[in-house]
Design a binder for this molecule. Structure first.
Ligand code: NAP
Length: 539
């Protein structure tokens, strides 16, 4: 296997050294395979390397945002709080890489530019921005669901005389915000975290709101050694539990129904889960929230009332910051720490950029369509990502007969369970479209499950003396049909957001994350493996 002269040859190339890529490297190495990880950052961490903006933190509890393959590893890290911030998550992943001695097999500061399938010998020819030429039997893209930032959003950005920065490209050395006039554009989970964190230190903060978000106050107690001993004792329980719930958390819909509960019981349940300060209200209250417009509206009403109280019933703020055009949970629900209260500060102003859209950026600041300019020193773009597909379509990936993934996905995004794509043999993906991921899943659960399945199928092929793995067209078609069927039973496809790809102009509309449940998805994957992978061709 060496079609390209002077190419370095490996059994597998993994793209990305985040949560999935690190685990994938570990797993494949344990099969005795030669593996190289290509990582564009200067260190490990993926999401937790890139998202250094003030306030960045995850909202799965630390006891389940974990790897499950080693109890010793679990016990060796002591999270400082229930929802640790970015610096701690980055340190944690460095700790994992050190413990497993992974860095020696990672090429940092290097980006994969292209990957072309070589039919003649069943391998991938890979080129990087450093000019490296690599070859590998398997190519595994652990490129992340939310890693292709939408950075170039407004005309005139390069003319801005101050500093402009996308949240996921926040400089390592930080940005001096003290005493500055700052604009935050975007009020998704990222914009919310940035807004609440930046406000106290800046001279003035202008937040541009196009679509408001339902948001829940985060309850984030510190974790002691005793707490971690408690969670460590529950390691096996948690490890099994997360794979058997709807969203990969330790909480779940537990058979409670909106229709059989009395109004008092509903109120009690919503109140209790709201006060948990986690995503439990969303992912473990009433499943009808996702499928029945009336239930969705009732639960939305409950959350709106909480938000109104937090905004001191200020009519203007309530109108701008409380959603009414879509239901609670049909977009990603963020947890916040004083986000709404931030707008009561004298140095914070909310601007309605749905009514008057942003026209562009001018040297002095943000230009609105009515000609007004908000003059600022720093612009924070919390404008999100080309989710799911973006990280892959930004690489020139070509499969059989030179088919281009970018071209195919510009028409329609199709995958076989988000794990492979028909026409692209030996290409495997994690956090990709049509698998459970960020939209409705605790990421460490989904990513490990996907890495585990990929490792198993590669091991199976090896045992069968086969070297090429590809899903049939029928297998992929069936998954897409099932995915759409499950999606269409919910309210999710009726709402615009990155979930549906509508935040990227021209992107084909399809729910990017599988919403049939992590538990059911995992069961399906297990069954496939148990039955020797029907729908997959081995050659
Ligand atoms: P996002 O949810 O896509 O939000 C982007 C924001 O930018 C939206 O408010 C959007 O408005 C606004 N925007 C984009 N283009 C605009 C324009 N031209 N004019 C005005 N506003 C514009 O992205 P995100 O906040 O980065 O979050 C993405 C996902 O990352 C989250 O949903 C979550 O899954 C994950 N995340 C998780 C955490 C956590 O674990 N705590 C934290 C951060 C992010 P519209 O809505 O109107 O388009």
């Amino acid at each position: 296997m060496n079609v390209e002269a002077n190419a370095s040859s490996y059994d597998a190339i993994v793209i990305g050294a985040g949560v999935a890529g690190l685990y994938q490297l570990h797993k494949l190495r344990s099969l005795g395979m030669s593996v190289r990880v290509i990582e564009s950052a200067s260190g490990v961490g993926g999401t937790w390397y890139w998202n250094r903006y003030p306030g960045a933190r995850f909202d799965s509890q630390a006891e389940i945002y974990q790897y499950w393959f080693s109890k010793e590893l679990y016990e060796s890290w002591q999270p400082s709080e229930r929802f640790p911030a970015q610096p701690e998550s980055e340190r944690w992943l460095n700790h994992v890489a050190d413990k497993l001695d992974l860095n020696q097999d990672i090429e940092f500061n290097t980006r994969v530019d292209s990957a072309h399938w070589q039919e003649a010998d069943g391998s991938w020819a890979i080129r990087t921005d450093k000019g490296d030429r690599l070859e590998a039997r398997y190519l595994i893209a652990c490129t992340g669901m939310l890693s292709a930032p939408l950075e170039d959003v407004f005309p005139g950005q390069s003319t801005f005389q101050g500093q402009i920065c996308h949240t996921s490209r926040w400089p390592k050395e930080g940005v001096d915000l003290k005493g500055k006039r700052v604009a935050v554009i975007g009020t998704g989970a990222t914009g919310i975290q940035a807004t609440q964190s930046i406000a106290p230190e800046v001279e003035s903060l202008t937040v541009f709101v196009r679509t408001p978000q339902y948001t829940i106050p985060m309850r984030n107690p510190k974790y002691t050694e005793e707490d971690w001993k408690h969670w460590s004792k529950n390691f096996t329980y948690l490890k099994d539990k997360v794979l058997n719930t709807f969203a990969g958390f330790d909480y779940d819909f537990d058979g409670r129904s909106w229709h059989t509960d009395t109004p008092e019981q509903r109120e009690q349940t919503l109140e209790k889960l709201y006060n948990d300060g986690s995503l439990a209200l969303w992912l473990s209250s009433y499943p009808e929230m996702f499928t029945e417009a009336e239930v969705s509206e009732e639960i939305s009403r409950f959350v709106r009332a909480k938000m109104r109280a937090r905004l001191n019933n200020d009519a203007d703020l309530c109108k701008l910051l409380i959603p009414t055009s879509y239901g609670f949970g049909t977009r990603r629900v963020p947890l916040d720490t004083g986000y709404l209260e931030t707008f009561l500060r004298p140095n914070v102003k909310a601007v309605n950029c749905r009514e008057t859209p942003i026209e562009g950026i001018v040297p002095e600041g943000v230009l609105m369509q009515d000609g007004s300019v908000h003059e600022v020193d720093i612009i924070v773009l919390a404008t999100g990502f080309d989710a799911g597909s973006g990280a892959l379509t930004r690489i020139d990936i070509r499969g059989k007969e030179d088919c281009s993934l970018k071209e195919e996905w510009s028409n329609e995004i199709r995958t076989a369970m988000g794990l492979q794509v028909h026409g692209y043999p030996n290409l495997f993906t994690t956090g990709a479209p049509l698998a459970p991921s960020a939209a409705l899943c605790n990421m460490t659960t989904c990513l490990q499950q996907q890495v585990g399945w990929i490792t198993d199928i590669i091991q199976y092929a090896k045992a069968e003396d086969k070297t090429v793995i590809e899903p049939t067209k029928e297998c992929q078609d069936e998954w897409v049909r099932h995915h759409d069927e499950v999606t269409n039973q919910t309210l999710l496809p009726l709402v615009d957001s990155w979930y549906m790809g509508t935040n990227v102009p021209g992107k084909p509309r399809r729910l990017l994350s599988y919403c049939g449940g992590v538990n059911n998805y995992n069961q399906h994957c297990v069954e496939l493996a148990r039955n020797n992978y029907p729908g997959f061709v081995f050659a």
